[in-house]
Write a protein that binds this ligand. Structure first.
Ligand code: PMP
Length: 380
């Protein structure tokens, strides 16, 4: 016989805290000039595309098998790349990779966060960070950045002392502000964080310090990477990505450098075979062409500095940027500026504190189109 409640619609047991939430993501609109998600505007050349296609074809006959779970060849090549880019002499056992640095940082929170623990950061910052915290049931605590968006070291150290976070998550350069963290501050924070983490049976542990260098390759001269002090701290992780300077956002490959003992904990929480054979082959092929793929980084930096100057000449406020984007304002109605640009075929990002907008650095043609549209919008 049919059960009495058979016609009662089932309600999903949505986890507390997830009710009514929208998925994260900027609008993906089909407009001529897309300057909203900090991509590299230069596509790979036909020769690089052909090599990537050949690398994928080469793993084709083995796609009935699971991939190399430890992606050893990829770790070796990423360590080699970091040596060339930052002078950091790291072995392959200090590299971890996943599907974008978003997944790398999720692994960090899965491994070191959790109920009863907190992650400390400083706002405004990358809006995915609170989502990693939510998804791992870690408490999110955000201190504040100074009015020029730099970090006030005294405030940071006081917050570490007060919050005793399991993880300290700092983007350098920061998104959406472009602000880089001086190496002395990274060192001071790592020194302070040696015993500020959760208490265990053997006394207090460290807070894991994560420096998210997704935009690290765009930093200006004289701003060393946190990689240069990696050997000094067993509780430091430096995250990088192939999505930005490398121009491979579509390939989804992020990675980090840290002590082997820290990486061993990440291995416990990762899903088996999380990096597909196709992803590994694509990333390895792209790394073989790193000089060509990275060739535009210097011109993107110059283009950024020119854009900062141009916006300031128009009387706008512009945050100092070490990244491939610029935060500018202040607008009484930023949404109408955003819309005015969109009407002219330019997509920027409505993000950051009220009154500010963020624009990614495009090709010279794209940046010129942005400037023309901005002049029209400012003259309205
Ligand atoms: N960190 C920061 C600061 C970012 O802005 C982004 C991308 N917008 C990421 C990490 C994630 O990039 P991906 O997952 O593509 O490596």
């Amino acid at each position: 016989a049919p059960r009495a409640d058979a016609d009662v619609p089932a309600r999903l047991p949505v986890r507390p805290g997830l009710h009514g939430l929208e998925p994260y993501g900027a609008p993906q609109l089909d407009v001529p000039v897309r300057l909203n998600v900090n991509e590299n505007p230069y596509p790979p050349s036909a020769a690089v595309v052909a090599d990537i296609a050949a690398a994928v074809a080469a793993v084709g006959p083995e796609l009935n098998r699971y991939p190399d779970r430890d992606f050893a060849a990829l770790c070796t090549e990423l360590a080699d790349y970091l040596r060339a880019e930052s002078g950091a002499d790291l072995g392959a056992d200090r590299i971890w990779a996943a599907n974008g640095s978003n997944e790398v940082m999720l692994h960090l929170l899965q491994a070191f966060g959790g109920p009863g623990r907190s992650v400390l950061s400083f706002a405004p910052t990358y809006s995915m960070y609170p989502e990693y915290a939510r998804d791992t049931l870690t408490e999110w605590v955000a201190g504040r950045r100074s009015p020029n968006f730099s970090l006030d070291l005294d405030h940071v150290l006081a917050e570490i002392d007060r919050v005793r976070p399991a993880v300290i998550l700092l983007a350098s350069p920061n998104n959406p502000t472009g602000t880089a963290l001086p190496l002395e501050h990274v060192v001071a924070i790592c020194e302070a964080a040696r015993t500020t983490g959760p208490a265990g049976a053997d006394g207090p542990a460290a807070s894991v310090v994560v420096i998210d260098e997704a935009y690290g390759e765009f930093r200006r001269e004289g701003t060393p990477s946190a990689l240069s002090v990696l050997p000094d701290f067993a509780h430091l992780a430096v995250a990088r990505t192939m999505s930005k300077a490398f121009g491979m956002a579509g390939a989804r490959l992020g990675y980090l450098a840290a002590a082997p003992e820290l990486i061993d904990v990440l291995r416990v929480v990762r899903l088996p075979y999380h990096l597909s054979a196709v992803t590994q082959a694509v990333a390895l092929a792209a790394l073989r062409h790193r000089e060509e793929l990275m060739a535009q980084v210097a011109s993107l930096r110059a283009e950024r500095d020119g854009l900062v100057r141009w916006l300031r000449e128009r009387g706008l406020q512009v945050a100092e940027s070490d990244a491939n984007f610029v935060l500018f304002g202040l607008f009484a109605d930023r949404h109408s500026v955003w819309e005015g640009l969109l009407d002219r075929g330019i997509l920027v990002r409505e993000v950051g504190p009220e009154g500010w907008l963020r624009v990614s650095v495009g090709t010279p043609t794209e940046t010129a189109a942005f400037r023309t549209a901005m002049e029209e919008v400012l003259e309205r």
